[in-house]
Design a protein around this ligand. Sequence first.
Ligand code: IMP
Ligand code: MG
Length: 182
Amino acid sequence: MEDLKAYSDRVLLTEDEIRAMVKRLGAEITRDYEGKKLFLICVLKGGFVFMADLVRAIDLPLEVDFIAVSSYGSSTKTSGVVRLLKDIDKPLNDKHVLIVEDIMDSGLTLNYIKAMFENRSPLSVKICTAFDKPERRKVDITPDYVGAVIPDEFVVGYGLDYDGILRNLPELCVLKRSIYEK
Ligand code: IMP
Ligand code: MG
């Protein structure tokens, strides 16, 4: 299968819809963090496409960094195990941290990451997720900024992968069942 579209069952959010979503989030963040030292921390790898768009939609001076955690591996089900593979390299004490994530599912990953940053005593820690599947939550955690609430389906594109591929799909698509049920 060479064509990326062959992996998609249907488009959930088009490029235009995602662009509008990022613009709205950028405006909200710009308003909320005016006059504050904003530090955006992206969760790799899934967050990298959203991060790149989001920083350009925020009209404030800001710093960026990246962390990496172990996630799904090659299946479409969460293991619940979070492992820190790459950390940031600066202290957080005088900063307002905004964690930038691709999608919130069980919430286990962000629950772990948020607690880890809170332990380093920044001025605040908030979460901005591009997509949210609230029905799937296993821990009590609510993102502060949400691009779009989506149904409980496995999605790919706009940074999100299936087995390491499909992150470069410009839309958010539902993965064809036949791909992971074979
Ligand atoms: P959580 O810990 O269950 O909230 O899972 C969060 C991580 O699982 C995300 O950062 C994604 O990497 C991955 N994930 C969750 N749902 C999907 C999906 O529908 N498609 C692709 N990756 C997903
Ligand atoms: Mg992720």
